[in-house]
Ligand binder design. Structure first.
Ligand SMILES: Nc1ncnc2c1ncn2[C@@H]1O[C@H](COP(=O)(O)OP(=O)(O)O)[C@@H](O)[C@H]1O
Ligand SMILES: [Mg+2]
Length: 381
């Protein structure tokens, strides 16, 4: 019969994906009983209803199932009490301090480790100072155009407090997972998409999480998803300069950031914050895009100025960043986004913007290798 120690030692292989430490050291095991050939495990999660609980449960089943004579594993999940969380917080702080000093002694830099890029050639984050400026639209158009050009493209919706990517691409339903990871949903044209919306049981429920949780979830959306080989991964960032964009810059190996703004002065002031954040964190800035700059008359194509001219070209010059173009307000965008058919949208302005972004990525040393020919015909069919 296997011993308690043997079971515990197996359970040390199970890592809480959010915190990155094993569940034994984290004190998450409340009960571990062996009755004949079946084991009962009670686990106290750090957050109630943790969306990543399934991963932990599957891992527990796997590692305990590997022991001889065990045929059934039952896992019961509950959540930690406030006191337990406080205690855990203190232990984590101590452990991190120890890790830091060990890391320093070994010549490693302190701070959060960046995740590996794996088979992804270019990771481009799309950022904005505030919500509603069309960040998700720009992310989607980058994905759509690059896919039309025959590239392998993925979209990671990191705007976990207001995810919209799945919706505008008309995707719904939970993604499957295999032993390599979560399999992204695929759009009609073959863009791989992962969004918090797809993973939640009730996609309409607003997600209210604290910083450290957001941190863990974003790391997982990148790391535990089997993205495969991609030319471009586009990351739709949460608006602003808070915890979530910070996490992305600190933990994902982002190659460049595209900043989106609208002509209003207010958002231009806010956009400076985004630029400063990227600069401070040493993330290369691809440039600035102005969305909803003007309206194009559906009859004669004349440009109708809706806001005072922002003079974004000279502002970009002032801020020493590249100007990547103006996109008009087009009611068709809204319509197709609502119908989940954003892939059907095309305009000379968006194509032009994507061409400029691609050139900038190349200037920044990114790889924009020629896509494989057969994939091009597949993408446009
Ligand atoms: N150029 C545009 N023309 C028309 N509607 C747009 C345009 N850009 C964005 N929208 C619409 O504006 C709303 C906000 O855009 P979204 O991309 O979701 O912004 P964000 O991601 O910055 O919050 C959406 O309903 C979207 O369809
Ligand atoms: Mg959005």
């Amino acid at each position: 019969m296997v011993s308690q120690e043997e079971m515990m030692s197996q359970l040390r292989q199970v890592v809480d994906p959010e915190i990155g430490l094993n569940i034994v050291d984290l004190g998450m095991i409340r009960r571990l009983d062996l009755n004949g050939s079946s084991v009962n495990v009670d686990i106290a999660l750090t957050v109630k209803g943790c969306p990543l609980a399934n991963t932990i449960e599957t891992d527990i089943n796997r590692v305990l199932g590997e022991l001889p004579g065990i045929s059934k594993v039952s896992v019961k999940m509950s959540s930690m009490t406030k006191e337990e969380l406080n205690d855990l917080g203190q232990r984590l702080q101590k452990m991190r301090a120890e890790q830091k000093s060990v890391g320093k002694a070994a010549g490693l830099s302190a701070g959060i480790d960046k995740l590996e890029k794996k088979g992804i050639q270019n990771i481009i984050a799309v950022m904005s100072g505030k919500g509603g400026v069309g960040k998700s639209f720009v992310t989607a158009m980058l994905a759509v155009e690059l896919r039309r050009q025959g590239f392998e493209v993925g979209v990671l919706d990191a705007d976990i407090t207001g995810p919209s990517t799945a919706k505008i691409f008309g995707l719904a339903g939970k993604p499957f997972a295999d032993e390599i990871g979560v399999i992204p949903k695929t759009t009609e044209n073959g863009i791989k998409v992962i969004s918090m919306n797809l993973l939640l049981d009730t996609p309409d429920t607003p997600v209210i999480w604290r910083g450290p949780i957001i941190n863990g979830v974003i790391r997982q959306l990148f790391n535990d998803v089997n993205w495969g080989d991609l030319h471009f991964l586009l990351v739709d960032l949460p608006p602003g300069t808070g915890d979530a964009p910070l996490t992305v810059f600190q933990s994902l190996p982002v190659d460049a950031v595209v900043i989106v703004s609208t002509p209003q002065d207010l958002s231009m002031l806010i956009v400076r914050k985004s630029i400063n954040m990227a600069k401070q964190l040493n993330v290369p800035i691809a440039g600035l895009i102005e969305n909803m700059s003007y309206m194009k008359c559906p009859h004669c194509g004349e440009k109708i100025q809706m806001f005072q001219d922002s003079d974004i070209e000279s502002v970009s010059k002032d801020l020493q960043i590249h100007f990547l173009g103006k996109l008009p307000f087009d009611p068709e965008v809204n319509k197709l986004a609502d119908q989940g058919k954003i892939e059907k949208y095309s305009s000379t302005e968006t194509s032009d913007m994507v061409r400029k972004v691609r050139n900038r990525i190349q200037e920044l040393g990114g790889i924009t290798a020629k896509p494989i020919a057969w994939k091009r015909s597949q993408a446009s069919s």
